[in-house]
Design a protein around this ligand. Sequence first.
Ligand SMILES: [Zn+2]
Ligand SMILES: [Zn+2]
Length: 534
Amino acid sequence: VLKEFELAMIQSLFFDFFNEEKNIKRSPISSVLSLKIAKDFLMKLFYNATFHSMNDAKDSWKAILVENGKIVETFHNIPNFLPNWEIIDLKENFVLPGFIDAHTHSFEGGLYSLGCDLKPCKTISEVLEKIASSNPVGNHFFAYQFDENLIAEKRFPTIEELDQLYPNTPLLLRRIDGHSCVVNSAALKQIPWKKKFSSDFDGILRKEENDIAAHWFHKSITEEGIIQAYKAAEQIALSNGHTCIHTMIGDAQQNPLHYEFFQTIKNDFAIDWVVYPQILNVDTAKKLGAKRVGGCILADGSIGSFTAGLFEPYKQKKTTGMLYQTDEFWNDFVWNAHKNDMQVAVHAIGDKAVDQIVQAYVLAQKRQPKDLRHQVIHGELIQDKTLAQMANYNITAAMQPMFDKLWGGVGNFYDRVLGTERMHTMNRFKTMREMGIKIGGSSDWYITDVDAKQGIDALENHNNSNEQLSRFKAIQLYSTTASFLNHEENCRGTLEQGKKADFIIVENNPFTIKSFLELRLKEVFKDGKKVYAV
Ligand SMILES: [Zn+2]
Ligand SMILES: [Zn+2]
């Protein structure tokens, strides 16, 4: 413990540096605040815990020294304390790097957490009851996570049923995959449509109409509502041990919604955001100063809506799904971004759609090899030859282990719509990892929960035992390899010298608990500061 005068010395030493760093004008400041600032610049020794570096399974430390938010030293044994260290006893708990989620729609996730979750509903009447008792978000009602396959009646609610609940306030109900939605008449009237609906319209919106409805809903939220949504998202992410979240802003139209506004607030959060302007316009992204473009900009749709683009037809329907754009479109789009040194990320689920995007990435890399690490988002079904190209051309993937857990496995949804043989070739985490393809573990939140624990558990227990990952490798997808996706492998993702002091304290040993879902989070530290405690 430092005496007050020693703190005052350190304070005067660091004060000008601090001001310069933060570009703060020197002004009269209370001594209490000065002391606090000085204290933040002390070295902090976190000790008496098992720190898993996550770089190598054998690497673990007993203490780490942190300065300016970075790990400056790691110790196999607890060192002798120096007087200028703040000493933090972690009481024999366990430490892992803060989790990274490599693909979310956090604005929607935060917003939806304030809306009505239909996941537990089993019948149409339960759906209607839940919506009737929900609170409005801004001046609209919003419901999500609806899956007609899990509803006894196997259908969406009708527009009349929704009108009976809310005749005057707009209501939007989204399907679980975000690829279709239902609205009530009040919303139908307010949304700027490009076409007229026939009198027998049932309220279900797909493809372009679905996108227009979602775009209208998100665009009509106020700035205050935007901040509220991200604050809600931040707290949910922290409560599940995340310190860095990749998030898509925009809904694949030409307009990146509140991307510009978010740049002005993104440092006001305890977690780091990696943002993607989710638009189909490279020039707009460039003007916004973005390093990357895309996200869930669609090469195809979803398996649930029979719109994922396949080489061979679906088992249940005589369709091969769809490709939303031509090869030429993607080749031009990717080249335009690539030549401007921008990373590209594209949503592709079916093998044909993934192949289409990978060919565009390969073409750009052949014309001008660069370390941009273009991403395939989802990549649920990929042919061997496409995987080989991904490995050869440094193409990365942001994938969702929970998709296999929810819909994979014999007798389950993917089996029924794609057939057993093809179902077994989906979500090939182990194969891809062994080929050297870098995969960022992710939730696609709001589609599944932003919760790395669930993803890691799904990787360990993949429905195809050949694709299961060990716990260590599964955790790496949410730490070390996730950081590779945005070129931050030298700055975060492991607990090593030179890395950010972003870590979580857990009460039980992450490598000996039976199920990773039993992991008990205690605290989250970001840049060496406690930002969350259970
Ligand atoms: Zn997505
Ligand atoms: Zn997507």
